[in-house]
Every structure is written in C-alpha cells, then in structure tokens.
Design a protein around this ligand. Structure first.
Ligand code: C5P
Length: 231
C-alpha cells in the first residue's frame, strides 16, 4: 500500500467571516496557520508518500509562508467547489504510482494518527473506500417551514462523516471523473461520490476531537485548545 494525500484548502471560508489573516485555513491557532498543523500531521505519518495541497490562486503567498519545507509536498490550484478542488488534487497524483489516497479537509487540523491507522487497516483487509464517522449524539428534529418541530428523527444508525475519506486511488479518480463528466457537481464529500459510483464505503471510528473548523467560534475554540495544551 502506498498512500497519496490530497489536502483541500481552496475554499474562501466565508462562513467564518473575513479576517486579516485570510481564509480560515490560514488563521492562526496555537500560533500557526490551521493548514500548517494539518500538513504536519500527514507529513509525520510515514505511509504518506506524497502530499498534494490544493489551494486558491489568490492564496499563493499565504500558502508559501504556511507550508513546511518538504519535497514530498506539491501544490495545485483548486476550483469553484470542493468537488472540483478534490479532482484537481487527484489528477495531480496520476503519475505518482500510489495505490490509495486519503482526502483531507485542511480545516480539520486535529485528525488523529489512530484514525489514519484504522484507515490503513481497512485497506489491508480489502476496503475500497473508508469513511471515519462518529455516532450522532444529539436528538434530531426535522423542522417545518415555520420553525416548528415537524417530527423527531430517530438517530439509530445515523453518523456524522469526517475526513480523511480514503479510497483505492484508481477507484476514486474514475468516480470523480465520471461525476464531473456527467454534470454532477453537487457532491459535498467524496464518500458520496463513491456511493454514487456503486462503491461500498466501509465505516471506521472517527473521533469527537476531529472537528471541522467552520465558524469563527470554531477557530477560537481550536486556538484555546492548543494554547491550553502548551506547557
Ligand atoms: O467550505 P467547506 O468548509 O465545506 O470546505 C471544506 C474544505 O474544502 C476546506 O478545507 C476548504 O478549503 C476546501 N474547499 C476547496 N475548494 C473549494 C471549497 C472548499 O478546496 N472550492
């Protein structure tokens, strides 16, 4: 098994609000940009042979100052949607000879090595697609158009999807290419593209700490979490 990694970081981060440090993947937590934490984690994980960061063309300078100096890391430009950005990253690995690929949101800087190891273990037993999840803890309500509860939804069998979402490389490259060619540009994650292509997706345990930084408050909490961990 040889693993490539695609780290998508080409979003504009609009839900987190504008900030002088740039989009949320470049905001500083624990004194360093979010994406630097994410890159370090994958660079330290030895099965990751090659890493592609997918960035926005406007963020060249931001990325250059955030990136570690490492020749296993290359950079390509993303697209208007996450789906397009992932495909750009996958295409960039076409000549690399990898057998598997992990696709990670730059804005999940707390992914744990244990999740990566569970993914690798699933690959070794033949999984084509691996998705880390956590069980939904809250009681779920469906709302009506007037902001009232229409019904309580059973949470039995419901999980929240995390990243990295990981695949046999030829399988996900083909599925992504087919989705793009058939005009399906509305997938919000890569497991959904695999499902659409008829690939069985194996669930592995994610972790509550592997949060996605979406809003300003998420960034503030992440910063606090890292700062309080300092000696
Ligand atoms: O916007 P959202 O929070 O879903 O983005 C998840 C990840 O996808 C982020 O790391 C973001 O930078 C990336 N993304 C991207 N290209 C886009 C939109 C999002 O690489 N056009």
């Amino acid at each position: 098994i040889s693993c490539g990694v695609v780290i998508v970081a080409a979003g504009r981060g609009e839900r987190a609000g504008a900030h002088a440090e740039g989009p949320k993947q470049y905001r500083r937590i624990g004194g360093r940009p979010v994406i630097a934490h994410t890159l370090d984690l994958f660079l330290a994980w030895s099965p990751a042979c090659h890493i592609v960061a997918v960035i926005h063309p406007d963020d060249e300078a931001l990325f250059a100052s955030a990136r570690p100096d490492c020749d296993r890391l290359s950079v390509v430009h993303g697209g208007a949607t996450r789906q397009q950005s992932v495909l750009a990253g996958l295409e960039a690995l076409a000549a690399s000879g990898i057998s598997h690929v992990l696709i990670q949101d730059a804005v999940r800087p707390f992914v744990e090595p244990a999740i990566l190891e569970r993914t690798l273990a699933a690959f070794r037993t033949g999984a084509e697609a691996v998705l880390p999840v956590v069980a939904v803890a809250d009681t779920l309500k469906r709302a009506d158009a007037n902001g009232h509860v229409a019904e309580t939804v059973s949470r039995a069998g419901l999980f929240a999807a995390q990243t990295p979402q990981s695949f046999r490389y030829p399988t996900i490259l083909e599925a992504h290419r087919r989705a793009a060619a058939s005009g399906r540009g509305d997938f919000t994650d890569d497991a959904a593209i695999a499902e659409w292509a008829g690939v069985r997706v194996q669930l592995v345990e994610g972790s509550a700490g592997n949060v996605k930084l979406t809003l300003q408050k998420d960034i503030a909490m992440a910063d606090q979490r890292l700062s309080s961990a300092l000696p």
